[in-house]
Design a protein. Structure first.
Length: 385
């Protein structure tokens, strides 16, 4: 009987194609949008993933990592004196303009690293050497900065080309030489990253400006990190967070204060509605079209339970095929855009599992609703003209 159910399903190619297409489109829309959303959310804490620390110390009223509230330099000494702290280094973060040859400006995020250790620099250096930024007026830019600054860059000889090692750029009125290029995680806004020493970063701003955006802290060997965090809070009055907690704080801020989750959520809901409507209508039409066959089976003694299982098997088969095609198309989209780094795309196993459950539930509910006609079907329908 179940083999017959599949033969009936595959025989009606038009409705089978419509059913599979509807499920595939719904799967594609949900998986693609969910993956882009996850990728976009990964950009919210890009600065933290580029510069990892056990503990981050910041102003008490800071809301998220992209909105630093500079502190007094004396706070660094106070944090270093807390029991359990192995070292604490300053971290400069400010959005500043880079002047282009045509007079326009590109906004970049300037990161100032500890003068001695350079702790917080991205590890993947693709050109030059990180040590070069110790030289006077020398910086390291990320690959995104190369892309952005190159849009209107003109070399001293008048040649229009991409920026490269040895070129000079104007950052907030000060000229810096590019000594290294790194591969860094892209930010959700604020522009690409330019790394320099903390001393050079201080020189960009006016002398009376506060420059200490954050402090990166490491604990002594054997020290309990949560305990050290609480000591820093208590003894300095500042906010101290472990790395993952700071990431979650930033992510929660974007959920609460932007329309990004709502926009992507609406698209996912639209995908669910489209999938449910197409699946429901097609299955109902399929059952109606094959009512005489089902009535004949019922007249030959087939129970309602077997007929119901046949319809559920048909729905399950179409759902699996449609789900596979949809995931395949979404994966192909991801393979295309990942090298471009826009839009961001992160396909998580959790996404595949959740979407599979959702698609399966939609198929089963639609099949159950369509099967109501079979359950009340009279066997003598087959003999009616």
């Amino acid at each position: 009987m179940y083999r017959l159910a599949l033969r009936i399903l595959f025989a009606d190619r038009t409705r089978y194609f419509t059913l599979v297409s509807g499920i595939a489109f719904s799967t594609l829309l949900i998986v693609q949008q969910a993956s882009v959303f996850c990728g976009l959310m990964s950009w919210t804490d890009a600065i933290l993933r580029n510069s990892r620390a056990e503990i981050w110390v910041m102003d008490t009223f800071l809301e998220q990592v992209q909105l630093p509230r500079p502190m007094r330099e004396i706070e660094l000494t106070r944090v270093r004196s807390v029991e359990g702290v192995k070292w604490a280094v300053p971290y400069f973060h400010r959005v500043l303009p880079v002047k282009q040859a045509d007079g326009q400006y590109k906004m970049v995020q300037v990161i100032g690293l500890d003068n001695v250790s350079l702790i917080g620099a991205p590890r993947n250096i693709v050109a030059g050497n990180l040590e070069n930024i110790r030289s006077p007026d020398t910086v390291m830019i990320d690959d995104y900065a190369v892309e952005r600054i190159s849009e209107n860059f003109i070399a001293p000889n008048g040649e229009k080309r991409d920026v490269r090692l040895g070129d000079w750029i104007d950052i907030n009125g000060s000229y810096f030489k590019i000594g290294a290029i790194c591969d860094a995680n892209r930010p959700i806004y604020g522009g690409p990253y330019i790394y320099m020493t903390y001393k050079h970063a201080q020189g960009i701003l006016s002398p009376d400006s506060r420059t200490l955006a954050y402090m990166m802290v490491a604990t002594q060997e054997g020290a309990d990190i949560p305990t050290v965090v609480e000591r820093i809070k208590k003894e300095t009055g500042l906010l101290a967070l472990e790395h993952e907690d700071f990431s979650w704080k930033t992510l929660k801020w974007f959920f609460a204060n932007t329309g990004i989750p709502l926009a992507f959520g609406n698209t996912v809901v639209l995908g669910l509605i489209v999938g449910a409507v197409i699946t429901g209508q097609t299955l109902f039409s399929f059952v109606t079209e094959n009512s005489r066959i089902l009535a004949a089976l019922k007249a030959m003694g087939t129970s309602n339970r077997v007929l119901l299982n046949m319809i559920l098997l048909q729905a399950t088969s179409a759902a699996l095929v449609g789900y596979g095609i949809g995931v395949g198309l979404a994966s192909a989209f991801g393979l295309f855009v990942i090298p471009l780094k826009k839009p961001p795309f992160i396909l998580l196993p959790h996404t595949l599992i959740i979407v599979f459950i959702v698609i399966f539930v939609i198929a089963m509910v639609c099949a159950l609703l369509a099967s109501r006609k079979v359950l009340v079907l009279e066997p003598d329908t087959v003999f009616r003209t």
